[in-house]
Design a protein around this ligand. Structure first.
Ligand SMILES: C[S@@+](CC[C@H](N)C(=O)[O-])C[C@H]1O[C@@H](n2cnc3c(N)ncnc32)[C@H](O)[C@@H]1O
Length: 538
């Protein structure tokens, strides 16, 4: 069922915007649309998701594959029902065009073709999105970009066999898409397509947003990250939260043509100050892993040091060396593992002794190192870095415990723990067995309880996911199934499993809480090995 708890307002700086039309609680749906106005699956994702419902194809060998449209061979569907719905929603007109083309057009052109084929307003804009910001004049100022826009519009008009006088209209539509469309994603944030939805497009940006857009298959929702009072403006973030002010401002200016004046930008707030402004409170079981009191104490210490050393303004740490190593790694055209030494140099240049790990570019460097370990199937090292990213970076950059980014990170932690539980933890590790090289890590994994850790983390995900993804979402069904499978795998370890199950039913059960606390403590110890890992191995 579609929901809209907003009304359109005029913001003195940002133009139109959305405000809550009633009080909205943390994690509640602000807007929910079962089928956005336009959804186009991008070329790279056509094999991965159904082109209508956007549900991922099962990776299992005996699962039925997605079936291509037999005429144009472009979209793939999970069922004949989805094929039929997509046909009626517009593929009927698009199919013969795609069939006649030698290749699949770029996603924005394909989206534009679909809009032109549906267009029933002659040479004028569709009134549903005519008032949206288009930035035509700003876009015109960049000659190369403008030439590209005109070329794409001409292509879409020709392919859709629209009358030649529709080129101006096509340009206007494309400019609106550039400013207002966003990427459609799977529940784990993997991008799969382009979404253009005039209602959601009205949400303005803040670098410390109070709402977030989350997909559930084809359905899309705007969910509250914080409680939002009636009349208060709803903000989402258009960019990555972990970037520093300079890169945030540059990206927003280049793509959206505005200077961000949000609280975080105007005061050049560090993530630690933003975190304190959010005033974190103990929220459920997840507080055993990332305790709000100790996070607050750490943030207060770092902020006061930041104030003392930040005499001339700007960031007190010189990240220029780290940034140049990071850039060097990005230009290396080699297999990913070969980048690890350069990325480690970048990490070492980040003044790790200061402990300000949430500051850009530390999260980016550590994320790249994590991806390289994953690529090398080095599960243990990948897990250590992932825990570090969660406990030292995410908790400050995404201060809400139910933020979708944090929930996705938690589920990745659980999956890695599960992977390791099926083998010896040191299998595939380059420095396996070398206790001298990484004594801390070797101590941390000595009595580590892998499978019960998976269970404990899954309990946290199940607790928070109704607020991040919705209690009836596909994501929620999947994590509940994963939790059941872990519980079954644990039959041999009844005692601990039983106590964790108690903790799941009653967050205050003394025995259960004690068990969970031991597990969370061990996970934190693993995370503390990240720096040893980065600095001691080549
Ligand atoms: C997706 S639209 C949002 C709706 C838009 N305000 C409108 O009137 O159509 C994005 C555009 O809104 C404006 N905008 C969004 N957030 C802003 C902010 N925090 N400050 C200034 N302008 C903003 C910019 O012009 C940006 O390109």
């Amino acid at each position: 069922m579609d929901i809209n708890n907003t009304s359109v307002i005029k913001d003195p700086i940002a133009g139109s915007g959305l405000a809550a039309s009633q009080d909205i609680g943390i994690g509640d749906v602000i807007i929910q649309l079962s089928s956005p106005y336009l959804l186009v699956v991008e070329k790279e994702a056509l094999d991965k998701v159904c082109s209508f419902c956007l549900i991922e194809a099962s990776p299992l060998k005996d699962a039925p594959p997605l079936k291509r449209c037999s005429a144009c061979k472009v979209p793939r569907y999970c069922s004949s029902e989805c094929h039929k719905k997509d046909w009626l929603a517009g593929h009927l007109k698009e199919c013969p065009i795609l069939k006649s083309l030698p290749d699949i057009p770029p996603t924005p052109v394909r989206a534009l073709i679909q809009l032109l084929l549906q267009h029933q307003h002659g040479a004028s804009l569709n009134p549903r999105w005519a008032a949206l910001e288009s930035h035509v004049e700003n876009l015109k100022m960049n000659r190369k970009r403008w030439d590209d826009i005109v070329l794409q519009a001409q292509g879409a008009v020709a392919f859709s066999k629209s009358p030649q006088d529709r080129i101006e209209l096509a340009i206007q539509v494309l400019c609106r898409m550039i400013t207002n469309a966003f990427r459609a994603t799977l529940a784990d944030d993997t991008p799969v397509g382009l979404c253009f939805e005039p209602i959601l497009a009205l949400a303005n940006h803040s670098c410390s947003p109070n709402a977030v857009v989350v997909f559930n298959g084809r359905s899309v929702a705007l969910r509250a990250l914080e409680s939002i009072g009636e009349g208060e403006q709803v903000f989402i973030s258009y960019i990555t939260a972990t970037e520093d002010r300079t890169s945030r401002q540059t990206n927003l200016k280049q793509r959206y043509f505005f200077d961000c004046q949000c609280g975080k930008c105007s005061k050049d707030e560090s993530p630690y100050s933003t975190f304190l402004r959010y005033a974190p409170k103990a929220e459920g079981r997840v507080d055993l892993l990332c305790n709000s009191d100790s996070l607050t104490r750490n943030a207060e210490n770092l902020v006061s040091r930041y104030k003392r050393t930040n005499v001339g303004g700007g960031c007190p740490i010189d990240f220029s060396k780290a940034t140049s190593y990071l850039q060097q790694s990005q230009t290396m055209n080699t297999y990913p593992g070969a980048k690890t030494p350069v990325l480690k140099k970048a990490a070492c240049a980040c003044e790790p002794d200061r402990g300000e790990f949430a500051l850009h570019p530390v999260p980016k460097i550590m994320h790249e190192i994590y991806l390289n370990y994953l690529d090398g199937r080095d599960w243990l090292d990948a897990l250590v870095i992932l825990l570090f990213l969660f406990l030292e970076c995410d908790v400050y950059n995404y201060p809400q415990p139910h933020h979708p980014v944090r929930i996705i990170r938690l589920i990745s932690i659980a999956r890695l723990l599960k992977e390791i539980s099926t083998r010896s933890p040191l299998a595939n590790k380059a420095s396996a067995g070398d206790a001298k090289l990484q004594p801390k890590l070797h101590r941390a994994i000595e009595d580590f309880d892998w499978i019960n850790s998976v269970h404990a983390i899954m309990i946290l995900v199940v607790e928070q996911a109704p607020k991040s993804h919705g209690k009836d979402s596909i994501f929620m069904r999947r994590v509940e199934a994963e939790l059941r499978s872990v519980e079954e795998a644990k039959r041999l370890r009844r005692e601990v499993g039983g106590r964790l199950r108690e903790w799941m039913t009653d967050a205050n059960s003394a025995e259960g809480k004690k068990e969970a606390k031991t597990i969370m403590e061990a996970l934190r110890k693993l995370s503390e090995c990240a720096w040893e890992l980065v600095t001691t191995t080549p």
